[in-house]
Design a binder for this molecule. Structure first.
Ligand SMILES: C[S@@+](CC[C@H](N)C(=O)[O-])C[C@H]1O[C@@H](n2cnc3c(N)ncnc32)[C@H](O)[C@@H]1O
Length: 136
């Protein structure tokens, strides 16, 4: 992040937001949001993002279109935990392939799967099709 960059981080758990604030709270580029991710994504009205890391189920298994709509042209959407994890609840594994298939079928985006670490997908929004995924 350069001096002009900003970072919005969202978590619904006060204790983890407090940890993040303790370590990064002195950095004026960071804004901390204690909120449900799905609600935050649906209500966000600010500028678009060059990078969205959806590190929770909101923005990934819910409000996916909202998260993708927030991407600037050329922006990257990143998700992990796509390979089987010991802590997944019953039935969660069946949600992975449809999510990846949806991402790969999106017009105006390119998606690549990475069988690395917990399993990643990188999605880039094409610069020339800004409105392809807008739903609002
Ligand atoms: C995989 S952890 C990632 C935490 C952090 N990004 C990190 O790398 O350490 C998922 C986080 O999602 C948060 N979370 C779970 N449900 C949420 C929701 N509905 N809205 C916002 N955050 C949520 C949890 O509190 C948890 O901190």
């Amino acid at each position: 992040m350069d001096a002009a960059a900003r970072l919005d981080t969202v978590d619904s758990e006060p204790t983890v937001v407090a940890v993040a604030r303790r370590h990064l709270g002195s950095d004026p580029r960071v804004r901390f949001h204690l909120a449900d991710g799905e609600v935050w994504l649906r209500n966000y009205k600010g500028p678009s993002f060059d990078l969205v890391f959806a590190d929770s189920w909101p923005g990934k298994f819910s409000a996916l279109a909202d998260a993708l709509t927030l991407l600037a042209p050329g922006g990257l959407y990143v998700i992990d935990d796509l390979l089987p994890q010991a802590n997944w609840p019953d039935g969660h594994g069946a949600r992975i392939e449809p999510l990846l298939a949806d991402l790969e079928a999106l017009p105006g985006f390119s998606c690549v799967r990475l069988a690395w670490a917990s399993g990643l997908a990188l999605v880039v929004r094409h610069a020339e099709q800004r409105n392809a995924a807008d739903t609002r």
